[in-house]
Design a binder for this molecule. Sequence first.
Ligand SMILES: [Zn+2]
Ligand SMILES: [Zn+2]
Length: 267
Amino acid sequence: MFIADYHLHTNASSDSKASAESMIDKAISLGLSEMALTDHVDFDDRYTYTNYNEYIPNFIKLQEKYEGKIKLVLGVEIGLENMLKDRVNEFAVSFPFDFIIGSSHCVKKYDLYFDREKFFSLFGSKKEAYTTYFTELIKNIKECKTFNIYGHIDFINRYGTYEDNSLSYSDYSDLADTALKLLIEKGKGIEINTSGFRYGLGQPHPSFDFVKRYKELGGEIITVGSDAHRPEDIAANFTAAYDMLKAAGFKYLTLFRYQKPTFTKLP
Ligand SMILES: [Zn+2]
Ligand SMILES: [Zn+2]
């Protein structure tokens, strides 16, 4: 039995057509006891910017409608960009979020999906491109203060334009260790985002090595999310995610209330 899906989008995000109700009904049918709706807020003008002034009253109505059936957690997924840190930090404290995912969607103003040809053409090698990704990610952790977990932390391996986009922890261990240590020091976590399976990577974001290393370094805060943009993908591949957590030494899963982590035993 799965407990909670902590990374979900609805049609408030421009890349989803799913109503919140359709997502919630599906989560209830799967027996989840809670779910975090984490619609997008990205500050680059081309991207999706959920209007939380309109969103929150609707969310409160949904909480009332589904009370006793499932716990709805008010979340958001913010695209972290250190160049836009003032906007990121101001936004994050403007609404009463329970849970904030901070994700690298843009690196140096290039979107890793829309601008991937341009972004990767800036570099002479995969090593150089992935190094830049982690260097910027470390700056994001230092400068964007208000988030709870870093989303899909090895996301760069999804959109690379190389014959082999794979990312081995050992090739970037200095930078990746620095990022994980900073997160731990700041009381922030990571997620296991199972969308990697849907993108054909054969593993979630991040790969097992990241999860294991985060635990070895003393990390405890870890959520599991499908990043579903439609009901069919809710809690997808969660068996693999729970197995990975246990193999890395985790006994607990993290949930959030008012941005404070709480822990629940893995089934
Ligand atoms: Zn994302
Ligand atoms: Zn997402």
